[in-house]
Design a binder for this molecule. Structure first.
Ligand code: HEC
Ligand code: HEC
Length: 384
């Protein structure tokens, strides 16, 4: 007996057919399937997200906590627009020297740290230190020419090299950073104006070597910078630079263009040796406190021409990496410029590497295919 012959069941299925036919005439019930979003809605979302992104990109305010703090907010923080370039109230906000100095301090921070406390045994503190809050002349002297050799700061001994900033920073920036370090971390000494920096620069124009502790100690603790008042009324506003007399025969060393050298450095060397010349231990060695940067200028040229490879100890720390040769990329003039910039800035004021030094190095070692090893570099004579 099969179910098909059951009369009751067949009547049931008939009923069922009728119901489905009726249901078929109706619209389908809404279901829970995946359905495409209307393209117009997608476009609106895309526009909103795009607008928000651009808006955020422009008005992020450097993600500075003070930007959205009603109590402590500066309109100038909202954008990078220079005061005076825009219009309305935003333009009226002029930053004080100390405020400007905070940004310039980025140059000092790798060594002296955000706290101004330095690193014990390596970089002296700037907090509560007589060199910072004492004589304005001495502080500007340090910033212009750098500092080297043994020095005692707040009772602790240091023996490092602080680079000179005369060439890297404008008078205004030196004034700003000096004012900043004198007025931060509890220091409370008066600010130093750009005019005073210009006057000090003139006074120390003949000096190129970094200061020693003995020389700084010889400057009276209350030494003031003279000549600033005389510089102020100069008609152009800018104090006259000690320009070399036209036609005066330039010496070989004066002919090296350190600004061009800085540009090379910022284009090539900076990726590894960093803007501070401190490198990135333990991968990239520093140029500050490096015996290879000082000493024989021909060796310095040879390093840039052919690169360096293998284990090498720089400033007491071991490295084992490789520096690419630049001889094929850089002309003799450019190598002379960048080498001289590195020596003047990070080499404690070591003398320039002349184009002749580079020419001579290229003639002797230009055919080298591999980088120098430590042993080979050590075998160079101290002087040429
Ligand atoms: C490459 C690291 C380095 C950088 C960058 C650097 N300094 Fe120094 N600074 C030193 C070292 C090292 C000394 C101590 C030198 C010595 O031992 O003879 C020093 C000493 C000083 C001193 C005198 C000693 C003291 O502790 O007060 C002052 C002031 C100073 N630095 C300020 C600055 C300022 C301002 C900047 C930024 C414009 C700066 N330094 C950038 C390394 C650095
Ligand atoms: C790609 C990264 C890189 C670039 C770019 C670079 N260097 Fe180097 N440099 C190194 C490394 C790595 C070493 C150490 C090699 C080793 O471990 O044997 C070194 C070593 C040196 C040394 C000898 C050791 C020391 O620290 O004093 C000097 C000097 C030097 N480089 C100068 C320069 C100059 C100047 C430039 C730009 C023209 C430059 N370097 C570009 C990575 C680089």
């Amino acid at each position: 007996m099969s179910n098909h012959s059951d009369p009751k069941h067949s009547g049931d299925s008939h009923e069922h057919l009728k119901v489905t036919a009726a249901a078929k005439r109706e619209n389908p019930d809404p279901s829970e399937g995946n359905q495409q979003l209307p393209p117009s809605l997608l476009l609106i979302f895309a526009l909103i997200i795009g607008f928000a992104g651009v808006y955020f990109g422009i008005y992020h305010g450097g993600f500075d906590g003070a930007v959205f703090n009603e109590g402590d907010s500066t309109p100038a923080l909202f954008s990078d627009r220079k005061p005076g370039a825009g219009s309305g109230d935003v333009a009226a906000v002029e930053q004080t020297l100390v405020e400007q100095g905070k940004a310039v301090y980025a140059n000092c921070q790798p060594c002296h740290q955000a706290s101004g406390l330095g690193i014990a045994g390596q970089f002296p503190p700037l907090v509560g230190v007589d060199y910072v809050v004492g004589s304005e002349k001495r502080l500007i002297a340090i910033l212009l020419k750098g500092l080297g050799g043994p020095i005692t700061v707040n009772g602790a001994a240091y023996n490092g090299a602080m680079p000179p900033w005369e060439k890297a920073l404008s008078d205004k920036k030196i004034a700003a950073v000096a004012s900043y370090v004198r007025a931060t971390w509890g220091n409370a000494a008066p600010e130093i104006t750009p005019e005073k920096v210009a006057a000090a620069k003139k006074e120390f124009a003949d000096r190129s070597a970094p200061w020693t502790e003995a020389e700084l100690k010889a400057m009276p603790a209350d030494a003031k910078i003279e000549g600033a008042a005389a510089a102020a009324p100069s008609p152009a506003g800018a104090p006259p630079q000690p320009a070399p007399a036209a036609g005066a025969p330039a010496t070989a060393s004066a002919a090296v263009d350190l600004d061009a050298g800085k540009a090379q450095y910022m284009a090539i060397c900076v990726a590894c040796h960093q803007p501070t010349g401190m490198g990135l231990p333990p991968v990239f060695p520093p140029l500050v406190n490096s015996e290879y940067v000082k000493g024989n200028p021909e060796r310095m040229a040879a390093i840039i021409l052919s690169g360096v490879m293998g284990p090498i100890t720089v400033d007491g720390k071991p490295y084992n990496n490789m520096m690419p040769a630049q001889g094929a990329v850089l002309t003799d003039t450019k190598i002379s410029q960048v080498a001289s910039f590195v020596r003047a800035t990070f080499g404690g004021g070591a003398g320039p590497v002349t184009v002749e030094d580079v020419k001579s190095a290229r003639a002797k070692y230009g055919s080298r295919a591999t980088g120098w090893t430590e042993a080979e570099l050590k075998a160079f004579p101290e002087k040429n």
